[in-house]
Design a protein around this ligand. Structure first.
Ligand SMILES: Cc1cc2nc3c(=O)[nH]c(=O)nc-3n(C[C@H](O)[C@H](O)[C@H](O)COP(=O)(O)O)c2cc1C
Length: 367
């Protein structure tokens, strides 16, 4: 199989798929299971100087692959992590030959107090989350952690922080890498039978993650990758090997998985990594580094946008199964698709909007 191992920031990852912070890595025991589930490296739940007091309930499955949560950071006090969880997690990591990254938050003062203690516990790198920070505090926060520890530090961005490319450029001198993105929100979902929010927070607000987040995450990775030379860890809605390849093309050098691991268990890390390897084999790549940044190099400076129609959709008659899906979505009345007959396209009406190509189950439409 193609080589999927990654060397990054002085750490060796056996494959590009690591856990992203969440209940999936809420204790050393979860981290052990992540290692056994095939994760390429380990990253622990965010801790703060005080334990979180989380509303209950705090997790809701949205659709089949999305999630809303109001979980905040670890409910364990930092002492528990320093004395018990990190040492046990490190032992599990070392048994599997994996690095362990800690995640901490939030203010400059809190990072100054917590960073050196977490570093002394022996972790290989520290990620800091800006989720509950005002973006104006970001520079001070990055500086505070940089001045307090010497292990590599990773800034984890939230999509609501603003222009992530600009923020990345501003703190680039003080961090070693970026992680994009945390969950997006605040968002709301209501149980209409009970007229109650699905989450127990004050107004019922939470943060959305999983597949619905993926295009926003991918765009964020691309923005940061084209703005800085630092590596980016891509996180948001990753459920398959193909998603890993997409994030790598958009500029990621490693990916993180949270929601899919919560919903499908710790075996997903290894499964997703294997799928990525198979995709590379199938497409003739020998190493995952060969796809890294392909999209950034091709489209990082944008392109000339074509606004006039240059071609029409075409039907591959031998593939068309007469299902009519293309006719339903063609709002320009360019497609006639009687049930069980080969669809016909009126080229003069086709506007080249592109939608029919993506809804055709057997892939019978092309340009
Ligand atoms: C229940 C839950 C708890 C989370 N807790 C944290 C956390 O403590 N720290 C953090 O940086 N991100 C946290 N996240 C965000 C995830 O690490 C990740 O950035 C986000 O969910 C997008 O990835 P995904 O779609 O794979 O879940 C949490 C996400 C969920 C769903």
């Amino acid at each position: 199989m193609a080589n999927v191992a990654i060397d990054l920031l002085g750490m060796h990852f056996r494959n590009p798929v690591i856990p992203a912070a969440g209940p999936n890595v809420g204790t050393a025991e979860h981290l052990r299971r992540a290692a056994e589930g095939g994760a390429g490296g380990l990253l622990a739940k965010t801790i703060c100087v005080r334990p979180a007091q989380v509303p209950r309930p705090n997790m809701y499955r949205y659709g089949t692959t999305g999630m809303l949560n109001a979980e905040l950071w670890s409910e364990l006090p930092p002492e528990d992590w320093l004395e018990r969880e990190y040492p046990a997690a490190l032992a599990a990591a070392r048994r599997h030959g994996l690095p362990l990254i800690a995640s901490i938050g939030y203010t400059p003062d809190e990072l100054r107090r917590l960073g050196p203690r977490v570093e002394a516990a022996g972790v290989d790198a520290i990620e800091f989350s800006v989720h509950y920070l005002d973006p104006s505090q970001l520079l001070d926060t990055a500086r505070a952690l940089r001045e307090s520890v010497s292990v590599p530090i990773i800034a984890k961005f939230s999509p609501h922080a603003g222009d992530l490319g600009e923020l990345a450029r501003a703190i680039e001198p003080h961090v070693d890498a970026f992680c994009c993105i945390n969950s997006f929100g605040p968002v709301l979902s209501i149980d209409v039978e009970r007229i109650e929010p699905v989450l127990g927070s004050e107004l019922g607000y939470g943060w959305i993650s999983g597949s619905p987040l993926k295009p926003l995450a991918l765009r964020s990775v691309f923005e940061v990758a084209r703005a800085t030379a630092r590596p980016v860890i891509g996180v948001g809605g990753i459920t398959s090997g193909r998603d890993v390849i997409e994030f790598f093309m958009a500029g990621a050098s490693l990916v993180g998985v949270c929601t899919a691991a919560i919903l499908r268990g710790p075996g997903v890390y290894g499964r997703i990594a294997q799928e990525a390897g198979r995709w590379l084999d199938h497409h003739g790549y020998r190493d995952i580094s060969e796809v890294q940044g392909l999209y950034v190099r091709k489209f990082g400076r944008g392109r000339q946008v074509v606004t006039e129609k240059v071609r029409s959709a075409r039907v591959l008659a031998e593939r068309c199964n007469g299902c009519t899906a293309c006719e339903t979505v063609c709002h320009y009345d360019a497609i006639r698709a009687p049930r069980r007959e080969v669809a016909q396209i009126a080229e003069d009406r086709c506007t080249q909007c592109g939608l029919c190509l993506w809804v055709c189950p057997p892939g019978a439409l092309t340009w």
